[in-house]
Design a protein around this ligand. Structure first.
Ligand code: ZN
Length: 331
């Protein structure tokens, strides 16, 4: 029995239950609801007087502290049975929904879970997806199981960000446990999903900002470092990149790139397509929708907003808009 050598400090909280009476077979990550330092976490659980603790705390820069020895029972998950067999880890997070962990914290969490599994003789970390399946499961002696605080108390902990990534956490940990290096990296195309744009930095996390990609920009990620991807110009946080397809697969790319942010592209393609075809017989369905929705005033002679007239005929536009609205599922 030991603690993780990844921990850079040890400050044992008095708020705990002493020796665990059950073997370690679970890991429960929690969100702190604040981007706190590891020093703050250690001090808080040592001296706040609150009847709460955890085995490890991870600060916002990714450094790890030992707060209750692994062998001992932390007061963390509002459930005696869980805390008696789990290593609990409080992780610095945003203080607002979905309580995201930054890249430093995520990387440390992966490394810490891997180290915990290795030292406790576990070859595999399992995410079984829901409470009833997990609690009914009897782990084999070389298996570790992920659990969630929200199953035991009326809390969102570990936050939707992390809860939805517990499968990813298990996958990353198991990759490391297997000792087999990840397969060769394949560049892929991704689209920026950030209303205010996405900063591109000289290096992951703290590098200088080189530029800001506008929302919707498509980039090629040619290498990754943790939760950061290289665009050819610099590094971007992959939380704000929607993966589209392998960069070598243009057909799939065309399919998947289609969302609201790509309307201009779609619009231009459709415009050309309808110019090339005779659109005079645009569909009955589209015309009816255009009249019903007030886009044109009558069945055939209604007036249109003049700004469109130099782009295409009314019929062409109605058909394009109708198709687009269908695609976006707004009608
Ligand atoms: Zn929690």
């Amino acid at each position: 029995m030991s603690n993780s050598s990844l921990s850079c400090m040890r400050k044992i909280s008095p708020m705990q239950g002493g020796r665990k009476s059950h073997a370690i077979e679970r890991i429960t990550p929690h969100c702190v609801v604040g981007q706190t330092s590891v020093e703050w976490l250690c001090d808080f659980f040592y001296s706040s007087g609150k009847e709460a603790s955890c085995n490890y705390g991870i600060g916002t820069d990714g450094r790890i502290g030992t707060i209750v020895d692994e062998i001992d029972h932390s007061w963390c998950t509002s459930n005696w049975d869980n805390d008696d067999r789990a290593i609990t880890i409080e992780c610095a997070s945003d203080s607002f929904h979905p309580y995201a962990f930054n890249a430093n914290v995520w990387k440390s969490l992966v490394n810490l879970c891997t180290d915990i599994c290795q030292r406790n003789g576990k070859k595999k970390l399992l995410w079984l997806g829901d409470k009833s399946t997990t609690l009914a499961y009897r782990p084999k002696s070389d298996e570790m199981v992920l659990t969630a605080h929200r199953w035991f108390d009326n809390k969102s902990c570990p936050g939707d960000f992390t809860y939805s990534r517990l499968g990813q956490l298990a996958k990353e940990v198991n990759q490391k446990l297997s000792g087999v290096p990840a397969g060769p990296f394949k560049p892929y195309q991704g689209q920026v999903n950030a209303d205010d744009g996405l900063n591109c930095r000289t290096s992951p996390i703290n590098g200088n900002v080189i530029k800001t990609y506008p929302d919707g920009t498509v980039v090629i990620i040619s290498k990754e470092d943790g939760n950061w991807g290289f665009t050819g110009e610099g590094w971007v946080c992959l939380d704000y990149i929607n993966k589209i397809a392998s960069a070598k697969d243009p057909a799939t790319k065309e399919e998947e790139i289609m969302d609201g942010k790509q309307f201009n592209k779609f619009f231009n393609e459709m415009r050309q397509q309808w110019r090339d075809n005779d659109a005079s017989a645009y569909s009955e369905e589209a015309r009816k929708w255009a009249v019903d929705s007030g886009l044109i005033k009558g069945s055939t002679s209604g007036e249109f907003n003049g700004m469109w007239e130099d782009l295409m005929t009314r019929e062409q536009l109605v058909t394009v808009l109708y198709r687009f609205a269908k695609m976006m599922e707004v009608i």
